[in-house]
Ligand binder design. Structure first.
Ligand code: PGA
Length: 256
């Protein structure tokens, strides 16, 4: 069972050129100390994977999306198997920026299964768009998790990472506000319960739950200490190698 801590940098649609991607990646590698009880992952745009694989030493690679199936008539799509062949070990599925483009729970489910079928680990993003005081957001997250994992054998749950990313806290959201470690903690406990109801307490315990939403080197420690999570999914901060390396170091030193 892999319960290592993990920091996954989501570069989103950045940077504009391969040379810059290589420079950012090399610098991130260079700034990292030895990684003992932690995995550091960067998810660049697809097209940079092959090149970054050649220079990756400590940092593992992931992708930001994958289509289901291994090959076929799906113009413009890239399969998890292809990404695995390029060196990706993790694949983000169901990111809120993709859901905003029309990706449904059903598509997220198919993609997640496709990632598992390719032998990779899915990082499934869940999170509510906004909060109200009727606490509807718990139901939203439950529905997302149940849909994403529908039909997935319990024996594969341990490969899945659930990233709680409240959309209202993501850096690109207009009028965003900060989530607190307490917000993360109560949702992490709830997610564990949902997973447990779908499987069993030990199976649920094998799923890594991480937090994302404007994480920086300033609050990474607090989320890891008090947010009920074993990892982080920084977006914007991961584009600055110094910040990414600092977040990884903080996670490495965190006690959980
Ligand atoms: P952010 O991105 O850290 O820039 O908010 C996180 C994400 O969207 O995965």
């Amino acid at each position: 069972m892999n319960r290592k801590k993990i920091v996954i940098g989501n570069w989103k649609m950045n940077p504009a050129g391969g040379r810059e991607a290589e420079t950012m990646f090399r610098r991130s590698e260079r700034l990292l100390g030895p990684l003992r009880n932690i995995e550091a992952v960067i998810c660049p745009p697809f097209i940079y994977l092959e090149n970054l694989k050649k220079i990756s030493r400590k940092i593992k690679l992931g992708a930001q999306d994958a289509f289901w199936g291994d090959k076929g008539p799906f113009t413009g799509e890239v399969s998890a198997e292809m990404l695995g062949n390029l060196g990706a070990k993790y694949v983000i599925v169901g990111h809120s920026e993709r859901r905003a483009l029309g990706e449904s729970d059903d598509m997220v489910n198919k993609k997640l299964k496709g990632v598992l079928a390719a032998g990779l680990s899915p990082v499934v993003c869940v999170g509510e768009l906004s909060r109200d005081n009727r606490h509807q957001y718990f139901d939203t997250v439950k529905a997302q998790i149940r849909a994403a994992l529908a039909g997935v054998p319990k024996t594969l749950f341990h490969k899945v990472i659930v990233a709680y990313e409240p959309v209202w806290a993501i850096s690109s959201t207009k009028n965003r506000r900060d989530a607190t470690p307490k917000d993360s903690l109560e949702m992490a406990i709830y997610i564990r319960k949902v997973l447990s109801d779908m499987s069993s307490p030990p199976v649920a315990a094998s799923v890594r739950i991480i937090y994302g939403g404007s994480v920086t080197e300033k609050d990474a420690g607090e989320f890891l200490k008090s947010g009920g999570v074993v990892g982080l999914l920084p977006g914007r901060a991961s584009l600055t190698p110094e910040k990414f390396a600092k977040i990884v170091k903080i996670a490495e030193d965190a006690l959980n």
